[in-house]
Design a protein around this ligand. Structure first.
Ligand code: BES
Ligand code: MN
Ligand code: ZN
Length: 503
């Protein structure tokens, strides 16, 4: 595990195994952001950089020897882009890429612009995100993440900077926990195992956990969760986490899709679409992990979190296309494609969350391929029943450094959701277009009267099938955790734009 330290040491004199240095693009060419490093290498350094092909572009990582000029044997140049456009997210990505490139190295120092507390925190976040590895099944795990990262800054005694590092440590531990759950092979993270792991993780924290097993779910009428899970010999679970601070200023309910493996069920997926489907519990992992971070930070916001866990498999006991499910709360749904299972498990949990009359409900789900078609695999979709709240979630995502974008819930979708001739609701539409919006409109039907709700579709962003980039590793990304913690932080500070329904 990577730990963060702050030091005022000069970048040229710090004695770690490696030094990560920012490079910006300027009119005069690439320039390192640590003056001490530039002068240590002497007057020809700018030429050396250009000669090595260093441009200072975002994403660039170039290693060079310290060559006795600086005290570290290895220098890692990380691109920050245009000098006057360096944002906190620029720093997260660059430091993350630098730390990621140093797996197997014990200690590293970081010299990037850290003149504000926010920038120190961003550098810390980048380092902790980039220092993630998943080695549970590797016989040889010599590529351990960098053990100690020292951020070089003047702000070593600045309270806001120190608090920012502490917050980064709690939040990124949660992101990395979500990543590890997502990366865990589906046979080793069935709904009962996942539920047990959540219970175990909550021990010694201020979070209470309650687990409904298949017997209780059946008794209580959880037709959505049971309908999806009944094809698997690993039965479903509904896990509820409660964090109840003494004087909460708001109550947020979080709901996560936790399909531990999505084969599609009887409407089985082609194998090319199935092999990443261990990631289909990423929403549940995100909401659970975010709850731990909120509790760890002691935010004065009550959080009740529901992880709807089921495995979607075909078998002689599986739900068939054409079956009608009676959901928790009594609404009936005509199932026409067992691969649209996420909305079914979410619906039961959203109804349950609504019973407590929280101020807000946010659900997080790897819900639709359509969202990936619309927004690509690095931007999540936000839908909501309230324009202000959707904007507020979007702003939180932006602050946290997660790319999300608003999607509408147009009127015609509400009609399509009610088009079934034999049940209250249709699970899917007959047309192909706007599948992410239909799914959002379907979920909206289960939100209690007067409750403000947002839905985050993270189908594209939860799992990185491509190469690692910035601080994002291959595999589970932990997407949405930072946005959720940011949202809770803003409610705690009373700094969020008021949602409709607020007094
Ligand atoms: N888990 C998938 C969505 C998904 C797709 C997640 C790609 C991650 C990456 C979901 O359960 C699903 O299969 N959705 C179907 C819905 C359709 C049958 C209406 C889809 O999007 O194709
Ligand atoms: Mn599916
Ligand atoms: Zn799914």
């Amino acid at each position: 595990m990577t730990t963060i330290h702050l030091s005022k040491a000069s970048a040229a004199k710090t004695r770690t195994d490696a030094l990560i240095v920012g490079v910006v693009k300027t009119e005069k060419g690439p320039q390192v952001t640590a003056e001490a490093v530039a002068s240590a290498f002497g007057r020809t350094f700018a030429k050396t950089l250009t000669g090595m092909g260093v441009k200072g572009s975002p994403g660039e990582v170039v290693k060079m020897p310290g060559a006795g000029a600086v005290k570290t044997p290895l220098v890692v140049l990380v691109g920050l882009g245009d000098a006057d456009e360096v944002t906190e997210e620029t720093l997260r990505r660059a430091v993350g890429a630098g730390v990621r490139s140093l797996a197997g190295v014990d200690t590293a120092s970081v010299a990037v612009p850290t003149d504000t507390a926010e920038r120190v925190a961003a550098a810390a976040e980048g380092a902790l995100l980039g220092g993630y590895t998943y080695d549970r099944y590797l016989s040889d795990s010599s590529d351990q993440p960098v053990g100690e990262v020292t951020i070089l800054t003047e702000l070593v005694r600045d309270d806001a900077a120190l608090a920012g590092v502490e917050r980064a440590t709690a939040v990124i531990a949660a992101v990395n926990a979500a990543r590890t759950w997502v990366n865990t092979p589906p046979g080793d993270l069935t709904p009962p195992i996942f539920a047990d792991e959540i219970v175990a993780a909550a021990e010694g924290t201020s979070i209470e956990v309650d687990v409904l097993d298949e017997t209780r779910l059946e008794e209580l009428g959880y037709g959505g969760i049971m309908g999806v899970g009944r094809g698997s010999s690993h039965p479903p679970r509904l896990v509820t986490l409660s964090y109840t601070p003494s004087e909460p200023v708001a109550h947020i309910a979080l709901v996560g899709k936790g399909i531990t493996f999505d084969s599609g069920g009887i409407s089985i997926k082609p194998s090319a679409s199935m092999y990443t489907m261990k990631c289909d519990m990423a929403g549940a992992a995100a909401v659970v992990a975010a709850t731990f971070a909120v509790a760890e930070l002691g935010l004065p916001v009550q959080v009740t979190t529901y992880a709807s866990l089921a495995e979607n498999l075909p078998s002689g006991t599986a739900t068939r296309p054409g079956d009608v499910l009676t959901m928790y709360g009594g609404k009936t749904v005509e199932v026409l494609n067992t691969d649209a299972e996420g909305r079914l498990v979410l619906a039961d949990a959203i109804t349950t969350a609504s019973e407590l009359q929280p101020d807000l409900i946010v659900d997080v789900a790897t819900l639709t391929g359509a969202c990936v078609v619309a927004l690509g695999d690095r931007t999540g979709g936000i839908m909501a029943n309230d324009d202000n709240f959707r904007s507020s979630v979007h702003a939180s995502a932006e602050t946290a450094g997660e790319s999300m974008w608003p999607l509408p819930l147009p009127e015609e979708m509400a009609e399509k959701v009610k088009a079934s001739k034999i049940a209250d609701l249709s699970q899917i539409q007959t047309e192909r277009w706007g599948g992410a919006l239909f799914a959002g409109a379907f979920l909206r039907e289960f939100v209690g009267e007067g409750i403000t709700w947002a839905h985050l579709d993270i189908a594209g962003t939860a799992f990185n099938e491509g190469k690692p980039w910035g601080y994002t590793p291959k595999g589970g990304t932990g997407f949405a955790v930072r946005t959720l913690v940011q949202l809770a932080t803003e409610r705690a500070n009373g700094s969020a734009p008021a949602a409709a329904g607020d007094a």
